[in-house]
Each structure stands twice: as C-alpha cells, then as structure tokens.
Design a binder for this molecule. Structure first.
Ligand code: 3HC
Ligand code: NAI
Length: 706
C-alpha cells in the first residue's frame, strides 16, 4: 500500500481479523485515496494466510458519509467504487462492517457489499443520493432491493431519508444492533470472531432473495413509480432510480450493475446534479462569515421576545424548541393572553396530529413566561422585537429595552424593511443591536437573515449565528438596505411579473410558467396566500417616495380596493369559493386587467411561458448581482441560499445565481439589454453583471474568491 493511502485507510491485524479503518476526516468520504486503500486492504487480506476475516470501521464521528461529493463533475479517478465493492463482496474471507454514525450513500453501499453488518445505536443509514440529483451508483440500486425488497429499498432511495440502527435491523439492512455508546471497533471484532467461531458462511448480498416473488416486487415498483410521478415532479434522478430497480428485477446482477452505471452517469451529467450539489455546499458555507471567525459568541441561555403576534409567537416556539427559556412581553393583558395562546396553538396542533404528548407540551411551556412589564426582560441574554412594522413603535420599544436589558444583552429586531442602523442609533448601545429576520411561520421556515448594521460588534453577530445553529436554521448574513437580501430582490422580480401582467400575460399564465420552472406556487398565488392588504398598505406608505419616472402597474391596487385580499376574503387574483385552498380563475379579474391595460395605453401581446421566465429570472438575477455588488450579500451563494430557504426557489436549480451561471451570464445580460429598449430604467444592467461578462467570469468565481 502506498504511503499516501496509509493516511486515510489504516490496516491492522488483530488475531485472525484484518481491521480496516477509514480515517478521512471529517466524514470519511470515499475519495480516490480511500477507494484505493480499500482495494489494497482486500488484496492484503487475500494474500495473508493468517487473516480469516476483514472488519471495516470508520474512525471519528462517522462510518462513511458516502462518495466524496467534491469529486463529482471532475474527471473520474480509478479505482471506481463499484469495482472496489465487487472485490470486497467477492472476498472468500468473511467481510464484516461495524457501523457507527452516518453510513450514507456510497458508505451504506460499502456496508452492503460486506457479508455481515452490525450497527451501533445512533447510527444513521440511508441512500440520500437523490437529494444530490444522483442515484446510488455503487450497486446500491441492485443490492438494496435484493436484500430488503423493492418497497423498503425504493422508500430509502426515493426519499433519501436516514434510518436508525433499530429500523435498519427491522428492515433487514443490518444483522445486529449494539447499544448506544458501544465502540464500533470492539463490537465489530467480537462479532467477526464469533462468526468465525460459528463457521458462518460468506454471504453475498447480490445473492440475497428478497426479489424472489416477482409479481409482488413488480407491483411494489409500479406503486412507487405512480407515487413518485406525483411527488417528484420535475426531478430527473427519481425516475432513473426506478429504472435501475426495474433492472434489478429483470436482469442478472452484472447487467443490472451496468445499467445502474449508465443511468448514474446520466444523472452525474444532468444540470440538476450540478444545482443540487451547489445547494449542498452553499448552505454549509453561509455560516462561514468574518465575524464568526473573529469573535466568540456571547452567553446565550435565555431569550426575550417582544410581541406575541404571528412572528413573535413563531419565534417563541423556535426558541422553546431549541431548548431555551423564553420571556414574552406584550402591550397589555389581553395581548399577552393572545400571545400565549398563539404559542400553545402550535403545540396543540402537534398533539392533535399525534406528534406530541400533552406532557411534552407542558414541559416545554414550563420554560415560557409572559408579561406586560418590560422589567421581565432584565436578565435575558438576547431579546427579539417583533412588534408592528412602524419606526415609531419600534423605537419606543427599543427605548424601553435600553432601560431594562442587562449590559451585554443582544437586542434584535425582526423588522422586514426598516432601517436597522436608525433603530440602533436611537439607543445608547448600538453595538448590541442586530437584525434577526425570521420568515413566517418562524418555527418552520429554515431561513434566518442575520442583518448586520454598521455599529454592531462582531461577538453579537457571532451570537446571532449561534442562535441560528441552536434553532437549526440556515443563517444568511445580510447588510442593511430596504428589504435586505430576499425581500429587496423579491420586490424587483415581483415588479417584472406586474409588467408582464399589464403587457399581456394573465396572472394564471404567469403562475403556470413559474410553477413549470419548479416553484411550488406562482407569484399571484403567493399574493393571495399572504393577503393583498399587506402589500397594498406598503405600496401606499411608499407612494410618496416612489420614483415618478418608474413604471407603476396599478392592477394590484384595483383588486385591493375591491377588498379582494386573497384566500382570507375568498377572492383575490383567484376565486376561493367556500374557503377552498386551490383557487379558480376569475373572469372579473381579467376584466380589471383589461381595463387597466387600456387606461395605461398598453396594447396587450402574447408571451410564451419561456419568455415569461426569461424576464422574471433576469430581473431576479440582475438585482441579485446588485445586492452582491453592494455587499448586502457577502457572496452570490448567500443569495442562492436565501431563495432556496425563504422563497421556494427550486432546489434542483441551485438558486438564482447558480442558475444564471448555468444559463450563461452573457445570455442574461443580452436579455436585459434587449428588455431595456422598452424600459431602460427598470432594466438597468447591474454593473457587476456587466463586469463579470466583460471578464468572462461568473458568480461562482466570486464564491471561490470570498
Ligand atoms: N463528500 C465530501 N464532503 C462531505 C461529504 C461528502 N460525502 N459529506 C459531508 N462533507 C463535508 C461537508 O461539506 C462539511 O465540510 P465543511 O466543514 O468544509 O463545511 C463537513 O464534511 C461536515 O459536514 P456537515 O457540516 O454536513 O456535518 P454534519 O455532522 O452536520 O452532517 C452528514 C454529517 C450527515 C454526513 C452530512 O454531511 C451529509 O449528509 N453528508 C452527505 C451525505 C451524502 O449525501 N452522501 C451521498 C454522497 S453521493 C454517493 O455516495 C454516490 C454513490 O452512490 C456512488
Ligand atoms: P402582528 O401584528 O401579528 O404582531 C405584532 C404584535 O406586536 C401584536 O401582537 C401587538 O400586540 C404587538 N405589539 C405592538 N406594539 C407593541 C408594544 N409596544 N409592546 C409589545 N408588543 C407590541 O405582526 P407580525 O406579522 O408578527 O409582524 C411583526 C414584525 O415582524 C414586523 O416588524 C414585521 O415586519 C416582521 N415580519 C413579519 C413577517 C410576516 O410574514 N408576518 C415576516 C418577517 C418579519
């Protein structure tokens, strides 16, 4: 074995057992060196007469987390994982896997190529390739159904979920479970020696017989196929996974493997794979920010929340769920009672669905207290204000907080748009003030924009990221501006949708085009869900400061003036008879749109769905570039993660900036310049976009440089 491989795969003989330890931190991914090390270990075992069995274990916190994702998209380097695993499975000496921590993707495929498997309680076993736009490509689609049947195998492969050690035992994925905390190496050695003592036979997974009943297997496959067509709309790899499993049913093992390889390569080459893997790494990058490197977080043992409305209650639940005690303050007794009720409603909903017990709720609510007196916040480490979106109200609340909060407490605002620098400047300790922009419902939505005002100290920023970590949120660092990253960009592409509407597309066609692109809903459906009154109030507030040169479409105002605020009033852009959740098209809305077109002197023209998306996306990407250029987002990937987690952007496209890179920035700039012939003000190309195109670079180059 070469010296370089010795570093990642350690081999030591313990009596009759060759212990092969993967040590490739942080997660023992199957890099080229690990694959070579495994192949070398199999060869060594074969040639060493004293060795009767091989034991595979992982060092550190994982067995093996799968293929090395960083290698995808680069030229393949031998030996290939499927080949190494065939060698492993073909071994005439017993091969045993002792699994602790994650055994995912290629990691589980390694284990499946072993003859016996044990798992330590707490292990996570799964085939999550589908989440990366891939399929289990090292025999996983062939061995798993042979071992546990089509239904269970497709469930794992199409969901990508992690199964516990106990569930894996029930499924037949592993043979034995050891108690939590057991040392995998020790338990594995004992198991290997016991198997040798029993003369246990070599047992190859490819010869397992769970597919013996062909008719049942085919029926299970057909059922999964029908369900996947509904659930995985627009996704490439789920269909390929099903094709592979059909191959496992119809073909001998070797041919099934070849079929799997062919389909794996198709997935590897798909743009969805590129988008999904970008998303995987991007969401792990956003917490890597200068302040977190420069400073340690402050103590974070208790939370205060001011306001118990939609957001205050959701934030309270998020904090309680993170194990923190929460003090909520509201303006009067009635409001605090409602605030508490809003919190309890969330837990009661879980109880009603059988996902929580009353005892558990009581234990959680014991960490909650409500008050109408700001003095109750005197000892909290971090307080989040979530009162009405009005500067005067916010400043009054901050003045109270300035009086009562202990020195060193972090004081945060959940404002959506207001100037946080101005809020910070209004109190005596601007260094402690930060924006924590949660998304509704705050206990569910993963995105947390952490808005960093000019005067805040680094340890406050680090504390905000620590809060996100504890709440299991995906944090994105944003600078102060109107709308921060997400809502600022949203305002621009939403305006592009309004222009399309006035220029000739119907709201229903625009929604359809956006859904076809991969969003769960179109912008007019979202408007109906959110409530047209909120946007209307904002537009009225901003009317005085609106640029008189800018085009302004009044259709939304006409609809709001009728009191059609969307689902809550049973009509908006759509009709929702009897409170229906799915809207019907409304001819009266189309008549309003027509009248507005006439009033504005617009001759309607037709747009294809593709043309709609060219404009919608060009507006999004252009403003995304402005946001990066101004430093509001640190990197393009921060824009991507904001849209993936806060705005329903289809994950398989990686995020708007990744999507733009894949389309080609030159094409997007050319589109913008073409649209500018109609409206040069709205379609002003972002200087950053122009600069990147001139230099022949893309957004990814900025991600790498940061
Ligand atoms: N390859 C390369 N790097 C990986 C990796 C992998 N498979 N899995 C994790 N990493 C990296 C992460 O990027 C991160 O790097 P960073 O510290 O530089 O940001 C580091 O390992 C730690 O990862 P996490 O922050 O995610 O650590 P957690 O402890 O939260 O989670 C985990 C661990 C559950 C293993 C999680 O990392 C994970 O889900 N990894 C991906 C698993 C996966 O998808 N495997 C399938 C790969 S595809 C495959 O195997 C194809 C095969 O069928 C041929
Ligand atoms: P809401 O109207 O549901 O709740 C506001 C609460 O603040 C009310 O319960 C009110 O009684 C309370 N309140 C008002 N003045 C107070 C005071 N002086 N002291 C204590 N409590 C007071 O509003 P919502 O939707 O929860 O919004 C709150 C903040 O969150 C706003 O700044 C909003 O912009 C922001 N936000 C809202 C989102 C949403 O989707 N609703 C998303 C992200 C941020």
């Amino acid at each position: 074995m070469s010296a370089e491989n010795a570093a990642v795969v350690d081999i030591a003989r313990e009596g009759q057992v060759l212990v092969v330890t993967i040590q490739n931190p942080p997660v023992n991914a199957l890099s080229q060196a690990v694959r070579q090390g495994l192949a070398d270990a199999v060869a060594q075992a074969r040639s060493d007469a004293q060795v009767q069995a091989i034991l595979l274990v992982g060092s550190g916190k994982a067995f093996i987390a799968g293929a090395d994702i960083r290698e995808f998209g680069k030229p393949a380097m031998p030996p290939s994982l499927p080949d190494v695993l065939v060698q492993l499975e073909n071994s005439d000496k017993l091969v045993v896997a002792a699994i602790h921590g994650p055994a995912l993707g290629g990691g589980l495929e390694v284990a499946l190529s072993c003859h016996y498997r044990l798992a330590v309680s707490g292990a996570k076993l799964g085939l999550p390739e589908v989440q990366l736009g891939l399929l289990p490509g090292a025999g996983g689609t062939q061995r798993t159904p042979r071992l546990i049947g089509v239904k269970a195998a497709l469930d794992l492969m199409l969901s990508g979920r992690h199964a516990s050690a106990e569930e894996a035992l029930t499924m037949g994925l592993v043979d034995k479970v050891e108690p939590a905390g057991s040392d995998a190496r020790t338990a594995g050695l004992a198991y290997a020696n016991a198997l040798l003592a029993q003369n246990a036979p070599v047992r190859r997974t490819r010869e397992a017989t769970a597919l013996a009943d062909k008719a049942t297997s085919q029926a299970e496959l057909d059922a999964a196929k029908a369900e996947s067509a509904k659930k995985s709309r627009g996704l490439f790899s789920p269909g390929k996974i099903i094709e592979c499993v059909q191959g496992a049913l119809d073909l001998p093992f070797e041919q099934g493997m070849q079929n799997e390889r062919k389909l794996f390569v198709q997935c590897l080459e798909s743009p969805q794979r590129a988008g999904l893997i970008h998303a995987f790494f991007a969401e792990r990058e956003t917490a890597k920010i200068p302040e977190a490197k420069a400073a340690a977080p402050r103590a974070l043992n208790s939370i205060g929340v001011v306001g118990g409305g939609t957001m205050g209650a959701g934030i309270t639940v998020a904090a309680l769920d993170a194990g923190l005690p929460v003090v909520m303050v509201e303006r009067d007794e009635e409001s605090i009672a409602r605030g508490r009720a809003n919190v309890e409603k969330v837990y009661d909903g879980l109880i009603a669905k059988g996902r929580m017990t009353a005892e558990k709720k009581a234990a959680i609510m014991a960490r909650y207290s409500g008050s109408t007196d700001y003095a109750a916040l005197a000892q909290v480490d971090l307080v989040i204000e979530a009162v009405f979106e009005e500067m005067g109200v916010k400043k009054a609340v901050f003045a109270e907080l300035d009086k009562v909060c202990k020195s060193g407490a972090v004081i945060a605002t959940n404002t959506s748009y207001l100037d946080i620098d101005a809020i910070a400047a209004s109190i005596s300790r601007p260094q402690d003030v930060i924006g924590l922009h949660f998304f509704s419902p705050a206990n569910i939505m993963k995105l947390l924009e952490i808005v960093v005002p000019a005067k805040v100290s680094a340890d406050v920023v680090a504390t905000a990221f620590e809060l996100a970590r504890r709440m299991k949120k995906v944090p994105v660092r944003a600078g102060v501006c109107d709308g921060f990253i997400g809502n600022r960009i949203l305002a621009v592409y939403r305006e592009a949708a309004n222009y399309l509407l006035e220029d000739g597309a119907s709201p229903y066609q625009i929604d359809e085009a956006v859904r076809e692109f991969g969003y769960p809903m179109g912008p007019f459906q979202v408007a109906d869900l959110a409530g047209g009154d909120i946007g209307w109030a904002t537009r009225k507030r901003k009317a005085a400061t609106r640029n008189p040169q800018a085009r302004y479409v009044q259709i939304a105002d006409r609809i709001a003036e009728k009191g059609w605020f969307g689902q809550k009033t049973q009509r908006g852009y759509y009709l929702y008879p009897q409170g229906a959740r799915v809207g019907e098209q409304d001819p009266e809305v189309l008549a309003i749109v027509d009248a507005e077109r006439q009033r504005a002197g617009v001759t309607p023209r037709s747009f294809s769905n593709a043309e709609i998306m060219r404009r919608y996306m060009a507006a999004m990407v252009n403003e995304g570039a402005n946001v990066v250029r101004e430093g509001i987002a640190l990197r393009p990937l921060d824009v991507d993660v904001t849209f993936l987690y806060g705005y329903g952007f289809p994950r398989f496209r990686g995020g708007p900036m990744k999507w733009a890179d894949m389309v080609g920035l030159d094409k997007i700039l050319a589109d913008i310049r073409e649209f500018a012939k109609e409206d040069a003000l709205f379609w002003t190309p972002s200087p950053l976009l122009v600069e990147l195109v001139d230099k022949g670079e893309n957004f990814e180059s900025l991600n790498k440089a940061a």
